[in-house]
Design a protein around this ligand. Structure first.
Ligand SMILES: Cc1cc2nc3c(=O)[nH]c(=O)nc-3n(C[C@H](O)[C@H](O)[C@H](O)COP(=O)(O)O)c2cc1C
Length: 258
């Protein structure tokens, strides 16, 4: 009788385990498409927000209709159709040896080790051409890789905004990269000076009486290492290893849709 009840207990436990496992795995499978959709919606929200385009009370999908997604060959600085902008995953590509290149330590200012050959950029276009360009940026801070977007105005050098959508810096210290007041200080700063990448994030406060202040952003108090990381990653992505070849090409006025 005793052993029968032990068997029964184990049997009930086993059945319960199987039922729970089936429920959990079914939920994971069923919810995956919704999760992917939400992730994409979140990314679109961040793309719009980084360029100061996000409006409350209006659907993100509807607002994203003003954005054209394009793929850039980072080596040539030209747009390419080699991969589909709607399915290309730059983060995945940067881990794939066939789709990425290893960076020499001296070139790897952003501390990312590998760089995808192609990058996804986002354009707001008018009849006159590019009104805003939104560039993906990433690089190492203190504790984590920071992922975000930096947007430039139609002159391709005035910063329209910046935003990070993923990082694990300390809230209140490095995490202040999400502080809206700090992010606002980027708007209107100049990324290039006579075609040379010139923007930097300084330690402490920018001296606004000096002419170089047009190219400088305040560092974050008590977060020197995250500040340095942001400085390095922005300089990397706006520099020759990043989007500078594309920016130079677009500034040349040659047709980019041909
Ligand atoms: C628990 C803890 C978390 C920290 N998180 C960060 C961080 O996210 N980013 C950062 O730059 N510094 C962080 N720091 C501070 C750095 O270790 C370092 O002291 C700081 O960057 C130096 O900044 P300061 O020169 O402005 O004092 C943290 C320190 C502690 C103790």
């Amino acid at each position: 009788m005793a052993s029968e009840s032990v068997h029964k207990t184990l049997g009930v436990a086993l059945v319960l385990c199987i039922v729970c496992a089936v429920i959990v795995s079914s939920a994971a499978v069923i919810l995956r498409p919704a999760q992917e959709e939400n992730k994409l919606l979140d990314l679109k929200t961040n793309i719009l927000a980084s360029a100061g385009l996000l409006q409350s009370g209006k659907g993100v999908e509807e607002q994203f209709e003003q954005i054209t997604t394009r793929i850039v060959d980072l080596e040539t600085g030209r747009f390419t159709d080699e991969v589909d902008p709607l399915t290309y995953d730059q983060r995945k590509a940067s881990r794939d040896p066939k789709m990425s290149v290893a960076l020499k330590p001296d070139d790897d200012l952003a501390k990312i080790k590998r760089k995808a050959k192609f990058a996804t950029v986002y354009l707001v276009e008018t009849d006159q051409g590019i009104d805003k360009i939104i560039l993906p940026i990433k690089g190492y801070g203190l504790w984590s890789t920071l992922y975000g977007f930096l947007a430039l105005e139609s002159d391709l050098q005035t910063v329209a905004g910046i935003g990070f959508y993923e990082h694990a810096e300390t809230p209140g210290l490095g995490g202040e990269i999400d502080n809206p007041t700090w992010k606002k200080t980027w708007i209107g700063k100049q990324a290039y000076n006579s075609g040379e990448m010139a923007i930097s994030v300084v330690k402490g406060k920018v001296d606004l009486t000096r002419p170089e202040s047009d190219y400088q952003i305040d560092g974050l108090a008590g977060a020197t290492l995250t500040t340095r990381g942001v400085n390095n990653l922005v300089q990397f992505w706006l520099g020759n290893e990043g989007f500078q070849p594309l920016i130079n090409f677009l500034k040349s006025g040659e047709s980019y849709n041909g």
